[in-house]
Write a protein that binds this ligand. Structure first.
Ligand SMILES: CC(C)(COP(=O)(O)OP(=O)(O)OC[C@H]1O[C@@H](n2cnc3c(N)ncnc32)[C@H](O)[C@@H]1OP(=O)(O)O)[C@@H](O)C(=O)NCCC(=O)NCCS
Length: 151
C-alpha cells in the first residue's frame, strides 16, 4: 500500500477508487477539475489497484473533506484513517483551524472512524442525501478542532 499526494495525472486512479467505494461515483474529469480548485488537495492509496481516495478543500481558515472512500476489498486495514490523518496534517499546515465533513447518520463505519479521529457532531442536515428508491437520508455535520495540535 502506498499513500501519495494526488496530482492531475492520478485522476483515473482516483475515479477508480471512488467508483469502488461509492454507489454514485465521480469520474476522472470530476477529479481533474477538483484538483485544479484553489485550496484543494487530495490523496490516493494504491495497492495492486487503486484502493482509497480523499479530496479536501481549505478555505477561509476551514477545511472540508469533500470525499473519502476505500474500496471494499481494502477496508479495515487503516487506509481510511491514513487518508484522514494525511489530510488533517496538510490542513493544519495550511492554517485551517477546523475541519468539517458530512456523513450519513446511518454510516456507522465512517462515524466510528471520524469519532476515533476526534471529530464531534456539530449539526444535522435533514434529507441531505438522495437515496433514490430509499428516499432521503439525514447527514451529520462533524467538526474537528485543528488548533489544539496533534494528539
Ligand atoms: C468509511 C471508510 C472510508 C473507512 O475506511 P477503512 O479504510 O475501512 O477504515 P480504517 O481501516 O482506517 O478504520 C480505522 C478505524 O475506524 C473504525 N471503523 C472503520 N470502518 C468501520 C466499520 N465498518 N465499522 C466499525 N468501525 C469502523 C474502526 O475503529 C477502525 O479501526 P479498527 O479496524 O482497528 O477497528 C470505508 O468504509 C468506506 O469507504 N466506506 C464507503 C464510503 C464512505 O462511507 N465514505 C465516507 C463518507 S462520509
Amino acid at each position: 500500500m502506498k499513500l501519495t499526494a494526488a496530482i492531475a495525472a492520478d485522476a483515473p486512479d482516483m475515479a477508480s477508487a471512488h467508483a469502488q467505494a461509492f454507489d454514485t461515483p465521480w469520474d476522472e474529469t470530476d477529479f481533474e477539475d477538483l484538483l485544479e480548485g484553489i485550496g484543494v488537495f487530495g490523496f490516493l492509496v494504491r495497492a495492486e489497484d487503486p484502493a482509497g481516495v480523499l479530496i479536501c478543500r481549505t478555505m477561509a481558515g476551514e477545511a472540508e473533506i469533500l470525499t473519502v472512500g476505500v474500496a471494499p476489498w481494502a477496508r479495515r486495514q487503516g487506509i481510511g484513517q491514513a487518508l484522514m490523518t494525511a489530510a488533517i496534517g496538510v490542513a493544519r499546515e495550511a492554517g485551517a483551524q477546523a475541519m468539517f465533513l458530512e456523513v450519513d447518520v446511518a454510516n456507522d463505519g465512517a462515524l466510528a472512524l471520524y469519532e476515533r479521529l476526534g471529530f464531534a457532531r456539530a449539526g444535522l442536515r435533514r434529507a441531505y442525501y438522495d437515496r433514490g428508491a430509499n428516499g432521503r437520508a439525514d447527514a451529520l455535520v462533524m467538526r474537528l478542532d485543528l488548533t489544539s495540535g496533534p494528539d
